[in-house]
Write a new protein. Structure first.
Length: 222
């Protein structure tokens, strides 16, 4: 059973999330402020954290930093801050995904499942991923119908397909594929994602699987 730590200063929302998550088989701990969240995570290490940014004592980004000092636990931000600056700041601090309030419970649960899958050991992850009508073998680096990719295209695709449903930030992709000095060259990603969509999507102009999150990054929708 996966343990989830939910951090929010809204007591009514905490109760609602606790009820919904427990109904789906999760073990749930809650905290109403940042310091309590850090203590709870240290006392009973969670498998995933759902975190609000607007806490009464610490900013949520500080909590992310405090967690990232010692754990790689997936962090899904759940916040009313919709500005792209706040989203990018949380992702750069170490959050794995960002859901804006008001939110749909089904969407949040899907993001949680995706984050937990991402954190699973490699042995539990499928080596072959289906993207539309194509089967992509990440281990062998082959694609059905003999679709060919350049090494750079493979690196980008590998990041996205190994993290199904998860937002992968522009900075992470640029840093990991091209290097730290390229973290502002977002035009590179636009060009390469266009290429990948032409090769994998049935309708590249209206992609269903390789999605853009404007101002933040990209997401693979299985």
């Amino acid at each position: 059973m996966s343990r989830i730590l939910v951090v929010d200063d809204d007591a009514q929302l905490l109760r609602a999330l606790r009820v919904n998550l427990r109904a789906r088989g999760y073990d749930v701990d809650t905290a109403g402020d940042g310091n309590s969240a850090l203590r709870a995570a240290a006392d009973r290490p969670p498998d995933l954290v759902v975190l609000d940014l607007g806490l009464p004592d610490l900013d949520g980004v500080e909590v992310i930093g405090g967690l990232r000092d010692w754990t790689a636990v997936p962090i899904v931000v759940l916040s009313g801050r919709a500005d792209s600056h706040d989203k990018v700041g949380a992702l750069d601090a170490g959050a794995d995904d960002y859901v804006t309030k008001p939110f749909g419970m089904d969407e949040l649960l899907a993001r949680i499942r995706a984050a937990l899958r991402r954190a699973a050991p490699d042995a539990e992850r499928p080596a072959v991923v289906t993207v539309g009508r194509h089967a992509v073998d990440l281990a062998a680096r082959t694609v059905s119908d003999d679709v060919k990719f350049t090494p750079t295209e493979w690196q980008i695709l590998d990041h996205l397909l190994r993290n199904p449903g998860m937002l992968v930030s522009q900075r992470v992709l640029l840093r990991d594929v091209w290097g730290p000095q390229y973290q502002t060259e977002t035009n590179y990603l636009r060009q390469y994602l266009a290429r990948l969509r032409r090769k994998l999507e049935d309708d590249p102009a209206h992609p269903k699987h390789l999605l853009t999150e404007p101002g933040m990054g990209y997401r693979f929708n299985p």
